[in-house]
Design a protein around this ligand. Structure first.
Ligand SMILES: [Zn+2]
Length: 556
């Protein structure tokens, strides 16, 4: 999901008085800051006993959108298979906003109950091992309206500048149960999905995967039939409706094949499509340099113009940044496009099994937002971006707060910015070339699969003799930060140590004779320098010293 806006990102949106600009930036920050309004739904957490018994392999989705009534009608077949013996009841998540009219299995009516946002279906017989059971669920109702998309999701019933319907859907934190019957948990990822969306003509529906056909329906409606053959997270199954035109550009894969980069753009904004598509192709090329080929080349890289800022919906990224590019030294880039595009590697191709590891989605993506700047502009722009992130870190709970964590419990600024800083520090400790090799191989080896912080650490440990565990413990499982003490011991002699924890960190220290690499620990290191040394001049470590004006990091 797109991060909350930083003040620098809003600079190109405003002009004039710097004080007004700064106030506006603060307001934007407040408006977009996550976690300020309680969410009525969250996703993930502990699996109920019934949901431990099965998983979903395929969704066959037919949904009709009724824009005038702001309602939807669903006809969805969920293919489930057993994970245990004696599975007889299937518990799906579907919010109470919908009325379920029938549940059938191969035409036979099944008994079910629907309350507390749970649809419990009685199969009537025990599922056989290897059995895949299609459960057809028909329902209709008024979906929740997104109050602050994408951070507080739901349906967005908007209009474009010409008064046409423009309908968006966002739900990463609420879970797909706000529009589909699903097993609402990060471990549940269908291996493919068919999505048919019926809308009034001549509206266009943009969705995941490839468009198979458009069929005419009665009463001036038509249906867009989409299909994705790749594993896909529930929250990534998505569609957007609008008066779109389709613009595209070819992306040449590493194998020499052409994959379409497709942009569903509002009619009035078609003139902007060419430049954005060109930027997209360049960014895809840059990302494959870091993390290997884009994972969904048999389909497309897709963008759709949305009435909300952004979201990484697989192969159909939501783009709501209004073509407002960031310009540095005369070169432009689109930070929002970049962020969502990176999620195709971190979040979509590789997914976590427990939201507790959400930093892997958002922290690595936010780190890569900065890494891109290193190569596209200069290392200095990268360092500036990392410093800019520091102000957004609150450090109120460990990045990994436990196990079986819900989206609501994990979602805060730190998964973006402290997560990004952890990657930044890891790059320093491992050395940039080794780090980049490790992360590239990790991304390639784990695509289409699940990962966790433990698996991540184990993989990276193979690339270095330095024991990485203390670093992971410090920045992911703890809120304490190292306090660095620098003392003048005598004439031109200084001592440096970490005062509040037992850890040794390789740090750069600038002295009058140049920059040295020093292992800073609880035991004082003595340095000779004619000028006062500067510890960690480029800023590789989050330290208590950075925060001490605001917070007390005495280890409590
Ligand atoms: Zn994100």
């Amino acid at each position: 999901m797109c991060p909350p806006l930083l003040s620098s990102q809003s600079e190109n949106r405003e002009n004039g008085n710097p004080i007004i600009r700064s106030i506006t930036a603060c307001l934007l920050f407040l408006i977009f800051a996550p976690g300020l309004i309680a969410q009525p739904w969250s996703s993930g957490g502990p699996l109920s006993e019934l949901q431990q018994g099965f998983d979903v392999t395929f969704f066959d989705i037919s949904v009709e959108v009724l824009p005038e009534d702001r309602r939807i009608r669903g006809d969805v077949t969920v293919h489930v298979y057993p994970l245990q013996e004696n599975v007889q009841d299937i518990e799906l998540d579907l919010i109470n906003h919908y009325e379920v009219s029938s549940v059938t299995r191969n035409g036979d009516e099944l008994n079910y109950s629907h309350s507390d946002d749970k649809l419990i279906i009685q199969l009537g017989e025990v599922m056989a091992e290897e059995d895949i059971v299609p459960l057809r669920i028909r329902y209709s109702g008024e979906p929740p309206v997104a109050r602050r998309p994408p951070w507080e999701g739901g349906f967005t019933w908007d209009e474009d500048r010409n008064g046409n319907h423009w309908i968006g859907l966002s739900k990463q934190l609420e879970g797909a149960k706000i529009w589909l019957p699903v097993k609402d948990h990060p471990t549940s990822r269908a291996d493919s999905v068919r999505i048919a969306v019926t809308v009034p003509q001549p509206y266009v529906v943009a969705s995941n995967g490839l468009l198979q056909e458009i069929t005419e329906e009665n009463h001036g409606r038509h249906t867009y039939h989409w299909f994705t053959r790749y594993p896909i997270h529930n929250y990534n199954i998505n569609f957007t409706v609008g008066m779109f035109q389709e613009a595209s550009a070819p992306y040449r894969t590493m194998n020499g094949d052409d994959m379409p980069v497709v942009f569903y753009v509002l009619e009035d904004d078609v003139i902007f499509a060419g430049e954005l598509l060109e930027m997209t192709v360049r960014k895809l090329e840059q990302m494959r340099h870091y993390y290997g080929e884009y994972a969904f080349t048999r389909e497309k890289f897709g963008l759709v113009q949305t009435p909300y800022l952004g979201m990484e919906h697989q192969t159909i990224n939501a783009y709501g940044n209004n073509f407002e590019y960031t310009e540095i030294d005369g070169r432009k880039y689109d930070w929002l496009l970049l962020h969502e595009l990176i999620h195709e590697w971190w979040g979509n191709a590789i997914t976590v099994e427990d939201w507790t590891d959400f930093w892997i989605h958002e922290g690595i993506t936010t780190f890569t937002d900065a890494l891109f700047l290193w190569d596209y502009f200069s290392p200095e722009v990268y360092y500036e971006k990392m410093q800019e992130y520091v102000g957004n870190i609150s450090n109120l709970q460990p990045l990994i707060p436990g196990t079986d964590i819900t989206s609501d419990e994990i979602y805060n600024h730190d998964v973006y910015y402290k997560g990004a800083w952890f990657m930044h520090t890891l790059m320093h400790v491992m050395g940039r070339p080794v780090f980049l090799e490790a992360i590239r191989n990790f991304a390639i080896n784990n695509r289409y699969g699940y990962t966790s912080t433990e698996a991540f650490m184990e993989f990276f440990q193979h690339y270095t003799a330095t024991d990485l565990e203390p670093l992971f413990e410090l920045y992911l499982y703890d809120t304490r930060l190292p306090q660095i003490e620098l003392l003048l011991d005598g004439s031109n002699q200084y001592s440096v140590r970490i005062t509040n924890m037992d850890i040794a960190l390789p740090m750069e220290i600038e002295t009058s004779s140049g920059t040295q690499s020093v292992m800073v620990s609880g035991v004082a290191e003595i340095l000779e320098s004619e000028s006062e040394p500067v510890v960690d001049p480029r800023g590789w470590y989050l330290t208590a010293n950075m925060f001490e004006a605001e917070m007390d990091y005495d280890g409590e």
